[in-house]
Design a protein around this ligand. Sequence first.
Ligand code: IPE
Ligand code: IPE
Ligand code: MG
Ligand code: MG
Ligand code: MG
Length: 297
Amino acid sequence: MNASLAEFMSASQQRLDKTLHYYLKECSSPAPVLQQAMAYGVFNGGKRIRPLLVYLTGYALNVEQEKLDAPAAAVELIHSYSLIHDDLPAMDNADLRRGKPSCHKAYGEAIAILAGDAMQALVFHILATHKANLSTEQRLNMITTLSLASGPQGIAAGQALDMDNAHQPIALNQLLTLYHYKTGVLLSASVKLGLHAATKQADKIVNALESYAELLGTAFQIQDDLLDIECNTEQLGKPQGIDQVNHKVTYPSLVGVEKTKQKIAELVAQAIAALAPLGAKNHLLVELADYLLYRLQ
Ligand code: IPE
Ligand code: IPE
Ligand code: MG
Ligand code: MG
Ligand code: MG
């Protein structure tokens, strides 16, 4: 990884962890086990790509970092909740997540479900109240973006389509639609959150960032499916081969591994090209796309 991206990543991760630490460890709950399960599902070595996208978008648009802390924490909490529920026996039935027993394995199904529920609600509390110099309109825009990305026009829809995927034939274009909802919308939302924290941007900048995120989101899920085939459980930190175990149709299962690799490279190249209107400030977003192309987990 390029040194400047590595530095930016580590600095933004520190800011993120500080915010998450406050809400998950310092604020108390009358149900300590719920709070422990939430922290367990969040502080476990995730790549933190979505909050990174919030901070990188903010960087590209000259936003003070302090305005990005709430949306960065919020989007990672939505993502982490979605993984806790995704691993449940009723969904992917995966026992390992980020190299540790999945939340329901460590805390039981009931607490894992509740931890996910509580994390979703906490997200909107953070966006509404986190101490930062954000206007009411900015907060409302962030809440609108993230609630849309999580609900029936977002992850929940994608996950519902994905549950069906195991039981009926599915064409490539339907699979890409499913990827858009289950994964793409949250990556797009991450960029939009950065935009909401910024001053009003020209349409060409908004469109450039949104196209970048959409293309990157599709590439990201296709690659996740490829890694499920090509990497081992230790590298992945989640059970290798689980898509096949669950009889999931995936991009590589439909077109083969070689065409899948070509498609990922194509999408990443398109994502990078889409950033052109941003000029020189796009360099870290370009580096992120390149870095994701070679990820192994
Ligand atoms: C995994 O996401 C689920 C997908 C949407 C593909 P990540 O690969 O970002 O998972 P973590 O956060 O690094 O564990
Ligand atoms: C992404 O799909 C799921 C979410 C949106 C939570 P996967 O089910 O493939 O994600 P992993 O492979 O378990 O991380
Ligand atoms: Mg899944
Ligand atoms: Mg899964
Ligand atoms: Mg997967």
